[in-house]
Design a protein around this ligand. Structure first.
Ligand SMILES: [Zn+2]
Length: 274
């Protein structure tokens, strides 16, 4: 028991004051006198349980790692689409080159055949010249065809690399989501356990204090209780006036920080310490 707990034999005055704090009107007759110290201990326990629940809920959120992988998958899929489009374009280009080459070769064969029956030297010269030009064109087209084939192979290799990357990402996202679901099931169970502990603690705290605590939890980012550190509120760090400490020693009520309104707890009150 600490100094703020009820004395073993409270005077009538004390009984009246403690009763005012502690009597739980809603739950009535069985509730005995409960000291401010005990209320604060229970509120601390409640805060601890609520913080545990908040932490469990946070771990249930999509991890930055998984989010990053999902973003990466989007980018990889986009690159895959682009690569497929390039491959299609190149395939068209390659087909055109191949048919141009085919036409060129046929013209060479025709010109060759025609050159055999030519009597006129000048016409013969012209055909030979045409054949030379066609052969140059044939060479150029062959070079182009080779280079397209190489580009095509390179693109195919890049595509399969991208597709591997995509498959790996999909697998890892799949298993991460599976782990996440499993975690969520465990988390829900733990939260239920803590909720039932919370109910036990709540039953020991006067309803008006529970109501205040609940309002503060909602309004103050899940932190309703603040330790007094030195002479300041541990949550908002505002220095508390000396007057406040005089009042704190005497007050039969729980006190709130004048700045952030959180319920103030002197350092000497331990969570669960009886
Ligand atoms: Zn404060």
């Amino acid at each position: 028991m600490n100094s703020m707990s009820a004395a073993p034999n409270p005077t009538n005055y004390e009984r009246e004051n403690l009763g005012r704090v502690g009597a739980n009107d809603e739950r009535g007759k069985d509730v005995l006198v409960i000291s401010v110290g005990e209320i604060l201990e229970n509120l601390l326990e409640l805060q601890n349980l609520d913080s545990q629940i908040a932490a469990l809920k946070r771990t249930g959120e999509v991890s930055p790692d998984l989010k990053g992988k999902q973003e990466e998958l989007k980018r990889v899929s986009l690159r895959e689409q682009e690569k497929l489009k390039s491959i299609d374009d190149l395939r068209l280009n390659r087909n055109q080159t191949k048919s141009a080459l085919e036409i060129c070769r046929q013209r060479i064969l025709k010109a060759d055949a025609a050159s055999k029956d030519i009597k006129s030297a000048s016409v013969f010269q012209a055909i030979i010249k045409e054949i030379d030009q066609l052969k140059t064109l044939e060479q150029d087209l062959e070079v182009k065809d080779n280079s397209i084939t190489k580009d095509f192979e390179a693109l195919q290799a890049q595509l399969s690399e991208i597709q591997n990357e995509r498959t790996n990402l999909e697998n890892s996202i799949g298993s991460a989501s599976g782990i996440k679901k499993e975690k969520e099931r465990g988390t829900e169970g733990k939260i239920r356990e803590i909720e039932s502990l919370k109910n036990q603690v709540i039953s020991k705290i006067p309803a008006s204090n529970v109501a205040l605590y609940t309002r503060l939890i909602q309004a103050r980012g899940g932190v309703a209780i603040s330790r007094i550190l030195g002479s300041a509120c541990g949550a908002c760090h505002m220095t508390l006036p000396p007057q406040f400490f005089i009042q704190l020693g005497r007050s039969p009520n729980i006190e709130q920080c004048p700045n952030c309104h959180r319920i103030l707890v002197p350092l000497r009150i331990e969570k669960g310490g009886h």
